[in-house]
Design a protein around this ligand. Structure first.
Ligand code: GRF
Length: 207
């Protein structure tokens, strides 16, 4: 079994990044967290990376003259850090297709709802929970999926339900969902470390 050489992409708070770090430092996730990649120099995730002495890099399209230069640099950074697997954890930008091809079935994303419901462009953060509540859903949950060229799309690796309770607010619901995110994401990454995820006809199966 090979330890994952993990690159984590995050744009915001970084609580999933922390949860993954925590499980790897406890030995419950066989992964080395090699790098944090962010498009946001103010991301909370950077502070966490500094505390844990994880290298980080701020990279975004606007730092480059051409898209090509941007993509080349991103690929070079990933190669230089020997990244074998990418986990998106609240990364707000689309991953360039070239990176998706280079890391085919080796990029996961976590989404705070049961995809394919409540996903896609613009469906992020509190909007997701707001819409779940507005629709009157009785259950919501968490999805971890492999990443393809569409937002919140690609083979679903794992999902877990969270009950929507009478009187829930965006805050109460998102808090419960987030707790489940912190459990399921390291667990799913461990499945990849154990080489137990196979994709057949765009469907992910656990061996
Ligand atoms: C999480 O809810 C995740 O599902 C979504 O973005 C949020 C990131 O939160 N993709 P954090 O930065 O990990 O705290």
């Amino acid at each position: 079994m090979k330890r994952l050489q993990l690159g984590i992409f995050a744009s915001g708070r970084g609580s999933n990044f922390s949860a993954i770090l925590d499980k790897s430092s406890k030995g419950e996730l066989e992964a080395d967290i090699k790098l944090l990649v962010t498009n946001n120099k103010n991301a909370g995730a950077i502070k966490k990376a500094l505390v844990h002495k994880i290298p980080f890099i701020v990279i975004k399209r606007s730092m480059f003259d051409t898209r090509d230069d941007f993509v080349k640099k991103m690929l070079m950074i990933l190669k230089d850090h020997n990244i074998s697997f990418i986990a998106l954890a609240g990364y707000m930008k689309k991953i360039p297709v070239e990176v998706i091809s280079e890391y085919e079935n080796e990029i996961t994303n976590i989404h705070p709802a049961l995809l394919p419901s409540f996903g896609g462009k613009g469906m992020y953060g509190s909007y997701v929970h707001e819409n779940v509540l507005k629709t009157g859903c009785k259950v919501t949950g968490v999805t971890v999926h492999l990443v393809d060229n569409k937002y919140d799309h690609g083979p679903i690796v794992a999902q877990r339900c969270v009950e929507v309770k009478e009187g829930d607010t965006v805050e109460s619901l998102s808090g419960r969902v987030l707790k489940v995110e912190h459990q399921i994401y390291p667990e799913v990454l461990q499945l990849f470390a154990e080489n137990r995820v196979v994709v057949e006809d765009k469907v992910a199966k656990i061996k």
